[in-house]
Design a protein around this ligand. Structure first.
Ligand code: AMP
Ligand code: MG
Length: 355
């Protein structure tokens, strides 16, 4: 199926933001300039980078991920002045957002410059641009020529990698290099905000919340919690694809903590009688209530950033441990909770039970 998918020897290297291995970054930069691919840490999730101005690099990213090529890539920059090399117009709102959140986990959709290959922008007239704060990412972007197209470094459909080990699982032999920079801090992909419309609109919720964007811009369209399932041409094309789904069947359960635990315990008891392996995604406050085979706390409800950071790791662990029926507690869809619920709903194929 994947004709271009030739196997290669992947180079692994490890570094920290405090101690960047300059020699390896130089080597990674050479790989990128020659049209190769490098997976690297960012503050959100690991990215799979290629030279944004090289159409062949973008084609290789799609092939390595097994991703449909109408799903555009995010262009990563490491200098503010480079923004106008990829964006045709930079509205005043973009400058205000950059001032408040860049470098950081915010992606802006702007009209694209014609020099940018259509392969990189999935054939759209717009470009998604981000300026990450992770210092390894910044050094790599600089070494690679300043413009790195990078989606998340997972095979299409799988949860985005929050550890280099998961990049290896998905991309070993498909990319030239993987840079291990430890566990990422945020754990969910960047907030995407569309600045090409009259009112700026969130296309994907993330760590930079609607509330924070409103503080800077005044009026921002929060967008749907998850895009309409039957929307054939959503604004962020990636949102129409099945995402993050674990191999097991995932159900979100909403209700009071007592009702949620008793519903899940009833269900897992039935599954156990049928010999089906069960898992629960819960929180520190509730983990003692469950009787499933695998019980995973994503952290405290007092600290939803921790839930964001752990969610994708937990989904992958359930795959590794063979969970067949998985139940997740629900989270209030405001602040960072909105991004958590967006990913959970997509992972669950919108399957939510209210008890
Ligand atoms: P990933 O980096 O894997 O999270 O994927 C990039 C996301 O950005 C996908 O959901 C894309 O659909 C979205 N994206 C990239 N470029 C654009 C664009 N020009 N307009 C709208 N969404 C975009
Ligand atoms: Mg992705």
């Amino acid at each position: 199926m994947e004709k271009e998918d030739k196997r290669m020897q992947t180079i692994y290297t490890k570094m920290t933001e405090e101690e960047i291995d300059r020699d390896m970054i130089r080597r990674a930069g050479e790989i990128l300039r020659a049209g190769g691919l490098v997976a690297f840490p960012t503050e959100t999730v690991y990215g799979l980078g290629g030279d944004a101005f090289n159409p062949e690099s973008s084609r290789r990213i799609y092939a390595a991920k097994g991703r449909p090529s109408d799903n555009p890539l995010i262009v990563h920059i490491c200098r503010m002045e480079d923004l106008e090399r990829v964006a045709l117009r930079v509205p005043e709102e973009a400058l205000r957002l950059a001032d408040a959140f860049w470098p950081g986990p915010l992606t802006m959709i702007l009209p694209r410059r014609p020099e940018l290959p259509r392969e990189t922008t999935g054939g759209l007239d717009t470009v998604a641009v981000r300026f990450p704060s992770n210092r390894i990412a910044a050094a790599l972007i600089d070494a690679g020529g300043g413009f790195i197209a990078a989606p998340s470094a997972n095979r299409s459909g799988r949860p985005s990698p929050t550890l280099a080990r998961y990049c290896r699982e998905d991309l070993d032999g498909r990319v030239e290099m993987i840079i291990d920079g430890g566990q990422v801090g945020i754990g969910l992909e960047s907030t995407i905000v569309d600045l090409t419309e009259e009112v700026p609109a969130i296309l994907r919720p993330g760590f930079v919340t609607w509330e924070k964007l409103c503080e800077v811009l005044g009026r921002v369209d929060a967008g749907p919690l998850v895009p309409e399932e039957n929307d054939a041409a959503p604004k962020a094309p990636g949102m129409k694809y099945r995402h993050y789904a674990p191999q097991g069947n995932l159900t979100i359960v909403e209700g009071t903590p007592e009702d949620v635990a008793s519903y899940i315990n009833r269900r897992t008891a039935v599954h156990r009688r049928e010999g089906v392996r069960t898992g629960v995604i819960c929180t520190e406050e509730t983990k003692g209530r469950y009787e499933a085979d695998l019980i995973k706390s994503a952290g405290s409800r007092e600290d939803e950033n921790s839930v964001a950071r752990e969610l994708f790791r937990i989904l992958r662990e359930f795959d590794d441990e063979g969970a067949e029926e998985i139940y997740a507690e629900s989270f209030a869809a405001d602040g960072i909770g909105r991004a958590v619920m967006n990913r959970l709903l997509k992972a669950a194929g919108h399957h939510i039970v209210r008890v």
